[in-house]
Design a binder for this molecule. Structure first.
Ligand code: 5GP
Length: 213
C-alpha cells in the first residue's frame, strides 16, 4: 500500500542522548530515515559534508532563509541549524518515514506548522544523570555546565507539547537503557504507521471484495 511518509521530530536536553538514539535507530531499522541538516558550524574531526551535515557559510544560510527554503531553523549555541523543506518533501513524497533530530525550538516550529508531525521528547531520568552525562563528555567547565542545566530546565518545561516522552534511563542502573529507548522510539513509529487513517483505502477495497456476490 503506497502512502506518504510520516514525519517524526525528536528532541530533548543536551546530554539526554537524543542524537545517539536517533542514529542507532536508523542503523537498526533502515525503513526509517534521518534527515541531514544544514549548519553554519565548522565540521568536527571525522564529520563529512553531506553525511553528518551540509556545512554552509553564514551568507549561504541567510540566503536559504530569505528564499524560504527551510522547513524549520534555529540558533543553537551561536550557530544556525536548519532542515531544508526540499529534503522533507522529497522523502515524504517517496513514502519514506523520516526523523528530524533537532533542537526544541525547531521541534516546536515543526509541530506548530504541521499537525501531522509526531513529536518525541527524550528526557534524562534525573538531574544527577544529566549532570553525569554532561561531565562525561569532558568538554564542560562549571559555567558551561550551569548554562546547559539551565537550558535543560527550560526545555523540560516544553515537554508537555510533545506527543510522546521517552525517559533514557541511567546506563549504570539499566544497562540496556539505550536499546530500550530505541525500541520505544520504534514502537512509536510503528503505532503511527498503524493508525486507521493510513488503511482507509485498504479497508474500503477489502470491504468491497467481501460484499461481492
Ligand atoms: P551539534 O552541533 O552537536 O551536532 O548539534 C547541536 C544541536 O543542534 C543539537 O541539539 C541538534 O539537535 C540541533 N540540530 C541539528 N540539526 C538541526 C536542525 O536542522 N534544526 C534545528 N532546529 N536544530 C538542529
Amino acid at each position: 500500500m503506497e502512502r506518504r511518509g510520516l514525519l517524526f521530530v525528536i528532541s530533548g536536553p543536551a546530554g539526554a542522548g537524543k542524537s545517539m538514539i536517533a542514529k542507532k535507530l536508523v542503523e537498526k531499522y533502515p525503513d526509517v530515515g534521518l534527515s541531514v541538516s544544514c549548519t553554519t558550524r565548522a565540521p568536527r574531526p571525522g564529520e563529512i559534508d553531506g553525511v553528518h551535515y551540509h556545512f554552509v557559510s553564514e551568507e549561504r544560510f541567510e540566503e536559504l532563509v530569505q528564499r524560504g527554503e527551510f522547513y524549520e531553523w534555529a540558533y543553537v549555541h551561536q550557530n544556525r541549524y536548519g532542515t531544508l523543506r526540499r529534503t522533507v518533501q522529497e522523502q515524504l513524497a517517496q513514502g519514506h518515514d523520516l526523523i528530524l533530530e533537532i533542537d526544541v525550538q525547531g521541534c516546536l516550529q515543526a509541530m506548530e506548522q504541521d499537525s501531522e508531525v509526531t513529536g518525541i521528547f527524550v528526557c534524562p531520568p534525573s538531574r544527577e544523570n544529566i549532570e553525569k552525562r554532561l561531565r562525561g563528555r569532558g568538554t564542560e567547565g562549571e559555567d558551561a555546565l550551569k548554562i546547559r542545566l539551565h537550558n535543560a530546565a527550560r526545555e523540560v518545561e516544553q515537554a508537555y507539547r510533545y506527543d510522546y516522552i521517552i525517559v533514557h534511563e541511567d546506563w549504570d542502573a539499566v544497562p540496556d537503557a539505550l536499546d530500550r529507548a530505541i525500541e520505544q522510539a520504534y514502537a512509536i513509529i510503528t503505532a503511527m504507521r498503524l493508525k486507521t487513517k493510513h488503511s482507509m483505502r485498504f479497508l474500503n477495497a477489502l470491504s468491497q471484495s467481501l460484499k461481492r456476490e
